[in-house]
Structures are given as structure tokens and as C-alpha cells.
Design a protein around this ligand. Structure first.
Ligand code: G6P
Length: 646
């Protein structure tokens, strides 16, 4: 995971680097560090803990350098400590490097370098990178295969200073040689006093973007971190290198051939990434949902019109030919996929499987050109999801990415991309991304139904065989923002339950059918930000084991939105009440005259999309419990928002 930032321009770099790191802290916050170059000397400030700790380090205020690199860490190799913090140096203190990713063969490389008399001062995988660069820099006659280098490298640098050009070319060659040895993933930034006023970057399977403006350039792991500075971006590709000065950016492929790259202009509101008076990003994002859902619907859905998917070139011929859809994702995005499955099966009659990306990759899934594989990722950078997409592509399937981040890695790998347009989601625990993903799935399912010619008949919505018309379903989707606002108007009962339950050690979430998918998401939210252990179960499965855990006073949360399953679900809740459970029910049904402790009423909608409403009280419950416990809601321990390691 980890986030990296870089700046080169006329201004003092340290402030901009810190600013960028704060915006990237969602990617990890075990340690942070920055490096700038002043008077031909690398100055490094780094420490364990949050980015703000750097501000208190001795010498921070005196930093004057106008270019530098920076890093915020989510520890993988080596515990969070000052020694393991980035930037890392080579032994001669010539190269400073920050790295996001994992070098899988670092033990091998470390042993190789130790044999060559290099010493290691950290437990990280990263420290091999500056030392390898130093090794190839000091041994220009050796290439990554241990042979003489190919002398045909065609390096053309836009610079008039010949010593610097020579050094830059030599260092660029050394960096390419070093990266050829790296197995795994990396986005790296390198600075050295040998090449003043220059930053060299490269990436493979970890994100890196370069923002450009008049006389200054920026580097970051994601676009939102730089939106206050620029809207113009270059999206670096795998195995691509860039040599960056304040006035120029030169791009090279792995053979070091120079090439031009297109600038992408990003229309995104930077203020959307601020708290706007809310105590935490998560609360702000929960309350943004009426609007984010509205943005997702955008101009795609209108009554009495066919859906608008001009940006998705999937034809009815192609769709008629496919025999299966896979939805693959991680975490909350996978839970959105579970709702998507129901939608595709009900509206389009296409068998749909949902899989966790890290499992899908290794289980040899049955995929061919008749399979459509849909990948859902808020960040678009989740390593397992991207790898799962590449697998399907290699088997000839078409791939569709659903992401929230324009230009993210997954969108560049997929055959087709559609965006959720939920706006930046900063809190680690995902909220508005989920409701937008489910909203988009519902509109996409209608679009597919239209392409397949299933839009004439009614849609079966529950196990009683009840149906609604497609127009009514569209109306239900269009009404969602208003109904979410109604839920958010009064959160007092949820707060009350949170006040009562926040000291618990265990909780259970129950639901049947579509409500079970929401139980899974509610349970995940609770675990992520309150550290309370919780389990989600299909209500009917309770009696096959978990009911043994129900004892006096345990808190059980049930979701009840599908009328056809109401009686059975109520019986299951009674079974836990009999055994002493305290219950909170989230429902759109009339449940008067029952012995439940808390009933949270939500507006009615079709069960196909009820998760968009029933999840809101569960998001709020996790939030209020976390607040009651005095925890950091936005940055829960051990987690990161963007999981760029496998
Ligand atoms: C992490 C985040 C979750 C998120 C999951 C998938 O675990 O903490 O909130 O659901 O990654 O992320 P993605 O960006 O692929 O949706």
C-alpha cells in the first residue's frame, strides 16, 4: 500500500510534500518521511507514526529544498519504526528512494548485494532498490543479466548541462537495470545529488501519476492528492520511466526509447476531498450519499427512455452470446457485487457468480470468451482485483471495470470502464462508494436487459413471485436519493443503540436473501472501525452452529426488507431473543407488536435495491460505536484504503 509524493518547482518542497502525504495518509499511516536536496546534500526527515509527526522533527522548518520525494507507509516488511521508514538510502548516501509496492525477491537481491559488501540497515524490501541502483551505477559495464550492457540505449535528455546529461543518462540506465531485477510491484521515486533538480520515477503494478503545471511538476500515488495544484496529469504506465525537472518531463520505455505522452485533464472538485464541517470524513461521506447516488445515476437513467450507456460499447450481439458473468472484487466492493449478482440474474437471466479477487485468481475459474468478467474497485488500484482482471483477459474473456477513480490502474487494463462518480472517498471504511456501486449495478442490469430484449416483461422481485414493471423499478432507483435523505434526517435511535452496545465484544448480523448481503457489509463496517468482533449469517443458517454463541445480552442486528421472507426471518429473530439477545431491526416492513428492542424504519423500495437504504443505519451504527470508543474513525488500525499489495 503506502503513498508517495514528489515535487519539483520554484517553491519550498517540504510544505507541498507534507500536504500531499496528508492527502495520501488513507493508504497507510505507520510511518512517514520526506527527502529534499539542498546544497548538493540529501536531507531526510522521517519517523514512525503519522505524517504530522514530521512537522515536529528537528530541522523540519529549516528545510529549503525546492524539490523532493515523500512517503507514507503501510508496513509490510519490517515493523513500523524510524529505520524502516522511507525514504531509504544506498550505502553511499547517493540515492534516496521512496517505494510503494512489494519486492517479492528482496531476500535474493539482499543476499546478492551483501555478497558485494553492501550493508542493510532496515528490514524492508525497499532498501535493496537504492543499493541496486548504486550497484549498477558503479558498475556501468554490467547489466541486469550480469553481462555487458547493450550500448544502443537511445537516451535523449532535454537539458543543456552536459555533465548532468551524462549523469542522468547513467543513473537512468542504472535504474532500469535495477528495476529489471525486481519481482513484484513498485512505484518509485529517486533523487540524487549527482543529478540536481531532477526526480526519476518508474512503476510496475503500483500506481503513479505526474501532475504538471507552469514551471512545476508533481508526483503522487493518486490524482486527488494533487488536485489543489493541478488538473493536468500524465498517467505513467507499467515499465515506463520519467525524468522530471521543473520545466520538463521526459518519458522512456524499458528499452530507454524516448516517447511522448498525452496529458489527461481531470475534472474533479478538490474541495470534495475536504471535511466541510463534518467531524470525520466517514460521517461526511455517509451524509453525501443522497448526492453521490444522484451523481451515479447522472444522465444514465430516465423514465420512459432507454438507459444511456454511450460510454460502454457492449453490443446486444455480444451480450446474447455470453453464458456467464463473474463479478470479482474485494471487501465492500465484493459486497456490492453480491447485490449485482441478484440484479443480473433477475433482470437479465444471466447466471452470475461473485468471487473474492484473491481467491478467484488462484482457483482456476472456468472462463472463456463467452464469459463477461466485471471488476469492482472504488480505488481502481487493488492489486488482487487487477491481477484477477489480467487473468480473465488472458483467457479471452471481456473485462469491464467499475471504478470511482478516473484513470486508475484497473480502468487502464479493462476492455470497458464505467465510473461510479461518487466523488473522492477518503475514509478507509467505504460507504458512499458501496451505495454508488449498487446503484450503478442496478442501472447496468436494466441496460443489459434492454439490450437482451427483456425490457418488455415485468421483473420478479421476490420469492413469492411478485413482479414490478421496469418503469416502476426505474422510479425506485430515481427515488433513492430522496429516501436516503429521509433515513439521514433522524439518527437518534441508531445513536441510542450505539450508546448501549459499544462495550460489546461480539455482535451478530442476520438477514435472508438480499438482506444477508447487507448483513455482511454491516458486519464488515463494524469490524473495520470499532474493532468489535462480529459475524454475519444467513438467518436460516443460524441454527446450524452460530446459535450456540447466543447468550444473555448479546447484540443481534437483523435486516428485514423482503416481505416474502418476513415470517421466516421473524422466527429466526425470536430464536435469538429466546436465548437472551438484544435486537436491533432495520426494516421497511410494519413490525408493530413485536418484542424487538430497537426498530429502525427505512423507506420502502424494491428488494432488488433495498441494500442501498438498509446499509445506511449500519454505516451509522459502526460510526457512532467507533466514536463512543474514542477511536480514529477515518484511519482504523492496520487497514489502508487502497490495498496495492497482494
Ligand atoms: C480495502 C478497503 C475497503 C475496500 C477494499 C477494496 O480493504 O479498506 O474499504 O472495500 O479495500 O477496495 P477497492 O478500492 O478495490 O474497492
Amino acid at each position: 500500500m503506502c503513498g508517495i509524493i514528489g515535487y519539483i518547482g520554484p517553491k519550498k518542497a517540504s510544505n507541498i510534500l507534507i500536504d500531499g502525504l496528508l492527502a495520501l495518509e488513507y493508504r497507510g499511516y505507520d510511518s512517514a518521511g520526506i527527502a529534499t536536496i539542498e546544497n548538493n546534500e540529501i536531507k531526510i526527515m522521517k519517523d514512525k507514526g503519522r505524517v504530522k509527526n514530521i512537522l515536529n522533527l528537528e530541522g523540519y522548518n529549516e528545510l529549503q529544498g525546492t524539490y523532493g520525494i515523500a512517503h507514507t507507509r503501510w508496513a509490510t516488511h519490517g515493523k513500523p519504526s524510524k529505520e524502516n521508514s522511507h525514504p531509504h538510502f544506498d550505502n553511499s548516501n547517493t540515492f534516496a528512494v521512496v517505494h510503494n509496492g512489494i519486492i517479492e525477491n528482496y531476500t535474493e537481491l539482499r543476499n546478492f548485494l551483501i555478497e558485494k559488501d553492501y550493508t542493510f540497515y532496515s528490514q524492508t524490501d525497499t532498501e535493496v532498490i537504492p543499493n541496486l541502483i548504486h550497484y549498477y551505477y558503479s558498475n556501468p559495464n554490467i547489466d541486469s543479466n550480469g553481462e555487458n550492457p547493450d550500448s544502443s540505449y537511445d537516451i535523449v535528455l532535454d537539458n543543456n548541462d552536459s555533465t548532468k546529461v551524462n549523469n542522468t543518462s547513467r543513473i537512468l540506465v542504472a535504474i532500469t537495470q535495477a528495476t529489471k531485477n525486481l519481482k513484484g510491484s513498485y512505484a518509485i521515486e529517486v533523487i540524487s545529488p549527482l543529478i540536481p533538480d531532477t526526480i526519476i520515477v518508474s512503476r510496475k503494478d503500483s500506481p503513479l501519476v505526474i501532475g504538471t503545471s507552469n514551471g512545476e511538476n508533481f508526483i503522487a500515488s493518486d490524482i486527488p492528492a494533487l488536485l489543489t495544484y493541478t488538473r493536468d496529469f500524465y498517467l505513467l504506465d507499467d515499465n515506463e520511466f520519467a525524468v522530471i525537472t521543473k520545466n520538463s518531463i521526459e518519458f522512456y520505455n524499458e528499452k530507454l526509447e524516448n516517447h511522448k505522452k498525452e496529458i489527461k485533464n481531470i475534472e474533479w472538485d478538490a474541495s470534495a476531498a475536504e471535511k466541510n464541517g463534518f467531524e470525520d470524513f466517514m460521517l461526511k461521506e455517509i451524509f453525501e450519499q443522497p448526492n453521490s447516488i444522484r451523481e451515479t445515476i447522472g444522465s444514465r437513467l430516465k423514465l420512459n427512455e432507454k438507459c444511456n450507456f454511450d460510454d460502454l460499447e457492449i453490443s446486444s450481439e455480444y451480450l446474447k452470446n455470453i453464458n456467464k458473468i463473474f463479478i470479482v472484487a474485494c471487501g465492500t466492493a465484493m459486497h456490492a457485487g453480491l447485490v449485482g449478482k441478484n440484479l443480473f440474474e433477475k433482470l437479465c437471466k444471466i447466471p452470475t457468480e461473485v468471487d473474492i479477487a484473491s481467491e478467484f485468481r488462484y482457483r482456476d475459474p472456468i472462463i472463456d470468451e463467452k464469459t463477461l468478467c466485471i471488476y469492482v474497485s472504488q480505488s481502481g488500484e487493488t492489486a488482487d482485483t487487477i491481477a484477477a482482471l489480467k487473468l480473465a483477459k488472458s483467457k479471452g474473456a471481456k473485462t469491464l471495470a467499475i471504478s470511482n477513480v478516473i484513470g486508475s490502474s484497473i480502468t487502464r487494463e479493462a476492455d470497458y470502464t464505467i465510473y461510479t462518480h461518487a466523488g473522492p472517498e477518503i475514509a478507509v471504511a467505504s460507504t458512499k462508494a458501496y451505495t454508488s456501486q449498487v446503484t450503478l449495478f442496478s442501472i447496468l442490469a436494466i441496460h443489459f436487459a434492454e439490450l437482451l430484449g427483456y425490457d418488455k416483461g415485468d421483473i420478479t422481485i421476490n420469492s413469492n413471485g411478485e413482479t414490478i414493471t421496469l418503469e416502476d423499478f426505474k422510479k425506485d432507483i430515481l427515488d433513492l436519493p430522496k429516501k436516503v435523505s429521509i433515513i439521514l434526517e433522524d439518527t437518534s435511535l441508531i445513536k441510542k443503540f450505539a450508546d448501549e452496545a459499544y462495550n460489546e465484544k461480539d455482535m451478530f448480523f442476520l438477514g435472508r436473501g438480499i438482506d444477508q448481503t447487507v448483513a455482511l457489509e454491516g458486519s464488515l463496517k463494524l469490524k473495520e472501525i470499532t474493532y468489535i468482533h462480529s459475524d454475519a449469517y444467513a438467518s436460516g443458517e443460524l441454527k446450524h452452529g452460530p446459535i450456540a454463541l447466543i447468550e444473555n445480552g448479546i447484540h443481534v442486528i437483523s435486516i428485514l426488507t423482503d416481505e416474502s421472507l418476513l415470517k421466516k426471518s421473524i422466527s429466526n429473530i425470536q430464536e435469538v431473543i429466546t436465548r437472551g439477545a438484544k435486537t436491533m431491526i432495520v426494516t421497511n416492513q410494519n413490525l408493530e407488536n413485536n418484542n424487538f428492542d430497537f426498530v429502525i424504519n427505512i423507506p420502502e423500495t424494491s428488494p432488488l435495491i433495498s441494500p442501498i437504504l438498509s446499509v445506511i443505519p449500519l454505516q451509522l451504527l459502526a460510526y457512532y460505536i467507533s466514536k463512543n470508543k474514542g477511536l480514529d474513525v477515518d484511519k482504523p488500525r492496520n487497514l489502508a484504503k487502497s490495498v496495492t499489495v497482494e
